[in-house]
Design a protein around this ligand. Structure first.
Ligand code: IPE
Ligand code: IPE
Ligand code: MG
Length: 246
């Protein structure tokens, strides 16, 4: 496919993060229950994971469940958790076939035991894979992550492991859940909402933002290609002037 060749010939984002939004609205439009939307959202995940690996993207991070999503109706939360377990079970082959390593960020201890165990089972099975790292943000909230970071660093200061003058950006990075990941280059949000919803606040400082009206279950490989083509047209100046870049 020519579009893949075109994309590969230019600089790829090293880290793509996606706020997968719109499952509920997608189902509602079809007169179905919200959970039907989540089921179909899982199919879109598979598409995007495969397409990212094929393109050569090194890091893909997916916002699957936020700390705030615990406030949803109990039945919806339960269905989402069940869907997570079944998707992890089902997709382990996709991860192995594509040499993808699974990782997770968030307050993972708050997940139901079944989800936690299945998650770490897949993380362990795929730990030596090295084509792409797929990170699931589960029970993830950026403010909670930053709070944790502050607490951990404070304890180290208190125990004379770190001196306050030495605290810099790299020390903060090392204490975030995303410690092994580079900054986000491209942040995609589906469903037309233009907000961040507590996702990777520190890590998206210089990310290119891409918003699309497509609802997550309708998001295909083609949509991912479009977002990367748009990304490749942007000039990332990081505070410098355009002239300084050339
Ligand atoms: C995203 O779709 C999935 C999760 C947040 C778990 P939503 O469930 O938020 O769908 P909308 O936004 O209500 O359409
Ligand atoms: C953000 O979507 C969280 C995930 C996609 C997992 P939400 O649907 O929860 O976000 P808000 O509440 O509309 O901002
Ligand atoms: Mg939503």
């Amino acid at each position: 496919m020519n579009v893949i060749k075109d994309i590969k010939s230019k600089a790829l984002p090293k880290h793509v993060a996606i706020i997968m939004d719109g499952n509920g609205r997608w189902a509602k439009k079809k007169g179905m229950l919200r959970t039907f939307g989540h089921e179909n959202g899982a199919k879109a995940v598979k598409q995007v994971v495969e397409a990212s690996a094929e393109l050569g993207i090194e890091n893909l991070t997916l916002y699957a469940f936020s700390t705030e999503n615990w406030k949803r109706p109990k039945l919806e939360v339960q269905t989402l958790m069940k869907l997570l377990v079944s998707s992890l079970k089902k997709e382990i082959k996709t991860l192995q076939d594509n040499n993808i390593k699974l990782s997770a960020i968030g307050n993972l201890k708050s997940l139901p035991t079944k989800v936690y165990n299945e998650l770490f089972d897949v993380i362990n099975t795929t730990k030596t894979n090295n084509r792409m790292t797929l990170t699931l943000a589960l029970s993830y909230g950026s403010r909670e992550e930053l709070l944790n970071t502050v607490k951990e660093i404070s304890i180290k200061v208190k125990n004379n492991i770190i001196s306050p003058e030495k605290i810099d950006e790299s020390i903060i990075n090392e204490h975030l859940y995303t410690q092994n990941l580079p900054d986000v280059d491209l942040l995609i949000r589906t469903s037309g909402e233009k907000r961040i919803s507590n996702f990777l606040l520190w890590q998206i400082a210089y990310a290119e933002l891409y918003f699309t009206n497509t609802l997550w279950p309708d998001f295909t490989k083609q949509h991912l290609y479009e977002s990367i083509i748009e990304y490749q047209k942007r000039e990332r100046r990081f505070g410098k002037t355009s002239e300084q870049l050339s």
